[in-house]
Design a protein around this ligand. Structure first.
Ligand SMILES: Cc1cc2nc3c(=O)[nH]c(=O)nc-3n(C[C@H](O)[C@H](O)[C@H](O)COP(=O)(O)O)c2cc1C
Length: 320
């Protein structure tokens, strides 16, 4: 990849705060010489994932029979998503700015991101559909009218959409108290922080892949692995693995302790605490084993529940 190429993805209103935050970061990157593009998801036809899992069924099938052709998503020719993701695969930087609705990223973004499953990068590289690994780094911006207390899932939910495409998050930032279009401009320090994200994306792209690291606020979040603020008491996994506390985003496991430096709660990662790190392609492959096992168990039991299946299939209620 000769020149750095960055895609800005916005799910906010035209002329709104997310777009301004994104443009502030992109402007820095453009001035440094990166090729920048900005897509506002409102301008594209994005159908919701049908839930068919035709993509992962094909992936499983191709693992057994490599001669078979991967046809991709069933919606491939029906909307704009294939075109957008194919373009994303040629970018080594991605900036994503999304408004917070009801504490979470707006559904326009999640509708787009939940189509990533059919484009699992490690699979597409393996079968040669994507020729060169773009080793894409990502910067995430959530934008809300309130502060952290009303944006509690926004950055973490954005982070959760990064794994299938192997996007490495190097910075994240929450724009706060920006409720009406242009509000962000009344907080110059917030615009400056978005510009700094542009600097961070540049720095990461300039760094050799194996030396890239977190460039965001060092004390951000509770999880030292992915910087998420959401850590919960762990429950047993499908194969018995269990941690006292787990990061809701990356799956790092360990104990919740008080950080000596900041006096705030921090996840102290256990010795084996990264065996389920969702950022790591190999660790994430364990989840593939879980999916395969769950499917096999279902197919083994399926016939015993034929009548029940038929009962619910035929049971109808009036719609609206
Ligand atoms: C349906 C809806 C729900 C919202 N919920 C939240 C919320 O839970 N927390 C918050 O901080 N802001 C919330 N907001 C405010 C928006 O995040 C804010 O206006 C933002 O600047 C919009 O981004 P945009 O200008 O890029 O479109 C909500 C706005 C809408 C329209």
């Amino acid at each position: 990849m000769a020149q750095h190429k960055v895609m800005g993805i916005c799910a906010g209103m035209h002329g709104g705060n997310s777009e301004i935050a994104l443009k502030a970061a992109l402007e820095v990157l453009r001035d440094k010489g990166a090729e920048c593009e900005l897509i506002n998801l409102f301008d594209y036809n994005i159908l919701p994932c049908t839930g068919c899992e035709g993509c992962t069924m094909q992936m499983g099938d191709i693992a057994q029979h490599p001669e078979k052709e991967y046809k991709g998503c069933v919606l491939k020719d029906k909307d704009d998503v294939d075109r957008l993701i194919t373009e994303m695969h040629t970018c080594n930087g991605v900036l994503i700015a999304v408004p917070t609705y009801d504490l979470t990223p707006s559904s326009l973004y999640t509708r787009f991101a939940q189509r990533f499953l059919a484009y699992e990068l490690s699979f597409l590289l393996q079968i040669g559909v994507v020729k060169e690994n773009p080793h894409t780094v990502a910067g995430l911006i959530s934008v809300g009218g309130s502060m952290h207390d009303w944006q509690t899932f926004s950055l973490e939910s954005l982070q959760a959409t990064m794994f299938t495409m192997s996007l490495q998050v190097v910075d994240r930032y929450m724009v706060q108290r920006s409720a009406r279009p242009g509000s962000i401009l009344t907080f110059p320090e917030q615009v400056e922080r978005c510009r700094q994200m542009g600097e961070h994306i540049w720095e990461a792209m300039e760094t050799p892949v194996d030396q890239r690291h977190w460039l965001g606020d060092p004390d951000d979040g509770v999880c030292p692995n992915c910087h998420s603020s959401l850590v919960y008491p762990g429950d047993k996994h499908w194969d018995g693995v269990e941690f006292p506390w787990e990061c809701a985003v990356c799956g790092a496991g360990g104990d919740l302790v008080v950080d000596e430096k900041t006096g705030r709660p921090k996840l102290k990662i256990a010795e084996n605490g990264l065996i389920r790190d969702r950022n790591d392609d190999k660790a994430r492959a364990e989840h593939l084993n879980e999916i395969i096992k769950t499917r096999i168990e279902f197919y083994q039991k399926k016939d015993n529940f034929k009548d029940d299946f038929e009962h619910y299939r035929k049971l109808e209620f009036p719609t609206v």
